[in-house]
Design a protein around this ligand. Structure first.
Ligand code: MN3
Length: 239
């Protein structure tokens, strides 16, 4: 009797345990979200910390939804090609033409989106703004006449992007600073340019706060620029 009861409890426990495993195990990856090789970098500051220039809700959606989607789509694209999983996103974009045809467009859009946004979070900071420093300041002055002229030209270029895209300060293949724009999520790397800094002019970057006033967003954005980081990027590129 004693043994039977113990055995009964044992079986019951095992049964309950199995039911628990079946009910509470996460579902198989039906949501199509491979966990790598690319990962969403955390924001280097809090969602609220770029206020009042960029609002918390915009940062949450922009980082946690938009950037996360680019990372996920890129991971899905390379999931069938083990040889691509060890490449950096820069390597993928620089050799886009040699990738399997069926994933070229996805890598262009989502690899570009991942790289562009990873840069974007880094070149902003709370209490940013002011003027460029060091070697970058010299180069900007030499190339554009003054920081103010550069700023005006950058905003003009960013204002003229039709639809979604980016404005960049980039180093040309012959190592000159230029203001360029790219459509969609195209990276400057696709044309041999190195992105020193850039501003996202997709509506998702500003619409919640600035609505259709892109010019106002462009004007306020300089208040969050992290010039130390931008100067460091420039120094790396000219080294
Ligand atoms: Mn964006």
């Amino acid at each position: 009797m004693q043994i039977d009861r113990r055995r009964f409890l044992y079986l019951l426990g095992a049964g309950v345990g199995t039911a628990c495993v079946n009910n509470f195990m996460p579902p198989a990856r039906a949501d199509n979200k491979p966990s790598g090789p690319f990962t969403l970098p955390p924001l280097p500051y809090g969602y609220k910390e770029l206020e009042p220039y960029i609002d918390e809700e915009t940062m949450r959606f922009h980082h946690d939804k938009h950037h996360a989607a680019y990372v996920n789509n890129l991971n899905v694209a390379v999931s069938k090609y083990p040889e691509l999983k060890t490449k950096t996103v820069e390597e993928l974009l620089r050799s886009l033409d040699s990738l399997p045809t069926e994933i070229q467009k996805t890598v262009r859009n989502n690899g570009g989106g991942h790289l562009n946004h990873s840069l974007f979070w880094q070149i902003m900071k709370p209490d940013g703004g002011g003027k460029p420093k060091g070697e970058l300041n010299k180069a900007i002055t030499e190339q554009f006449g003054s920081f103010e002229v550069f700023q005006t030209k950058f905003n003009e270029a960013a204002g003229k992007v039709f639809g979604s895209g980016w404005a960049w300060l980039a180093l040309s293949p012959d190592k000159k600073l230029e203001i360029i724009t790219t459509p969609n999520q195209d990276s400057p790397l696709l044309t041999g340019y190195k992105p020193v800094m850039g501003n996202d002019v997709w509506e998702h970057a500003y619409y919640l706060k600035y609505r259709n006033q892109r010019a106002e967003y462009l004007k306020q954005w300089w208040n969050v620029l992290n010039w130390d980081e931008v100067n460091n990027r420039y120094l790396q590129f000219i080294a």
